[in-house]
Design a protein around this ligand. Structure first.
Ligand code: ARG
Length: 256
C-alpha cells in the first residue's frame, strides 16, 4: 500500500529528474541525487541486526520509510563497524548513517544530523551467572568493563578511567556489542556499558541483565554529509512519519 504509493512517486520523480539531468549533464558527478545509500553497524538489536544474513531492525525500517516518504530511492545498505560510519559518510561511500547514532557536538563538527528520532540513556549490563551486581558506576571499581569502539558507551567508560575508577588495562573494546555480550556470558568481562534499549533487548534473549541505568539523555539522529541538501526533505518526511502513526507502528513492531 504505502510501498506502492512511494514507488509511483519515485517513478514520477525519476521521469522529472531525467529531464533535469539532460540539461545538467555537464556538471554530472556520476552520483544519482535521487538515490540514498544508507549505512549501519549491525549487532545492535533491535535497531540493527542480522538474521540469516539479512539486515533488519527499527533503524532499517525507519530509514527506508523516511527516504521513500521524502521521494528518494533507497540504494544499497552498507553494514560496517560503528566507528567506520562517519568516515564512510564523509568519503561518500554511504549517504546516510542509520545506526542509533547519538547526536553529539563532537560528531556534528564533521557530519550533519537529522532531527532526533529516539531518546536513550546508557545502561550497565552484567552476567546472570556472575556474583556481581553493581548498583552504581563507583561499584565498577577494579572491574573489567567493556564498550563498543567509537560509541558514547565508550565515552562513559573513558570517564571512569579518567577519574580512576577503572584501570585502563581493565577496559575492553568491541567491534560490536554481540561480541561483548559473548564475553560477558563467558566471564571474560564483568560489565558492559551500552544504550539501554539495546541492553534490555540482550537481557530478554541472553543470560545477562541490566544492573542499572546511567542517565545520559541521548538523542539519536540520522547522519548525513554536511553539504547534503536532501536533509531538509528527510526531516520533513520524518516529521510526517512521526505524525501519521507510521513511527508508532515501527516502535510497536520492534520494541514491544
Ligand atoms: N548511541 C551510541 C552512540 O551513538 C551507540 C550506537 C551504536 N550503534 C550501533 N549501530 N552499533 O555512540
Amino acid at each position: 500500500m504505502s510501498a506502492q504509493t512511494s514507488l509511483d512517486r519515485r517513478s514520477y520523480l525519476k521521469a522529472v529528474g531525467a529531464a533535469a539531468a539532460t540539461t545538467a549533464i555537464a556538471g554530472c558527478t556520476g552520483e544519482d541525487d535521487n538515490v540514498i545509500n544508507p549505512g549501519t553497524a549491525s549487532g545492535f538489536p533491535p535497531f540493527e541486526f542480522t538474521e540469516d544474513g539479512e539486515l533488519m531492525g527499527f533503524d532499517i525500517d525507519l530509514a527506508e520509510a523516511v527516504i521513500e516518504r521524502a521521494g528518494y530511492e533507497v540504494g544499497e545498505w552498507t553494514d560496517t563497524e560503528f566507528d567506520s560510519l562517519i568516515p564512510s559518510l564523509t568519503e561518500g561511500n554511504i549517504d546516510m548513517a542509520a545506526a542509533a547514532m547519538t547526536i553529539t557536538d563532537d560528531r556534528a563538527e564533521t557530519i550533519a544530523f537529522s532531527d532526533p528520532y529516539y531518546e536513550a540513556d546508557q545502561a550497565v549490563l552484567i552476567s546472570d551467572d556472575a556474583d556481581f551486581e553493581p548498583e552504581s558506576l563507583e561499584e565498577l571499581a577494579d572491574r573489567i568493563v567493556g564498550a563498543q569502539s567509537g560509541t558514547t558507551g565508550l565515552d562513559e567508560l573513558d570517564a571512569l578511567v579518567e577519574d580512576g575508577t577503572v584501570d585502563e588495562d581493565d577496559t575492553r573494546q568491541y567491534e560490536n556489542y554481540t561480541l561483548g555480550v559473548q564475553d560477558l556470558e563467558n566471564g571474560n568481562v564483568d560489565a558492559l556499558i551500552l544504550d539501554i534499549p539495546v541492553a534490555e533487548n540482550f537481557a530478554d534473549s541472553r543470560a545477562v541483565s541490566v544492573a542499572f541505568r546511567v542517565e545520559t539523555g541521548e538523542e539519536y539522529g540520522f547522519g548525513l554529509r554536511q553539504d547534503d541538501d536532501r536533509l531538509e526533505d528527510l526531516n520533513a518526511a520524518l516529521e510526517e512519519i512521526q505524525d501519521d502513526g507510521t513511527y508508532d507502528d515501527l516502535v510497536a513492531e520492534w520494541f514491544e
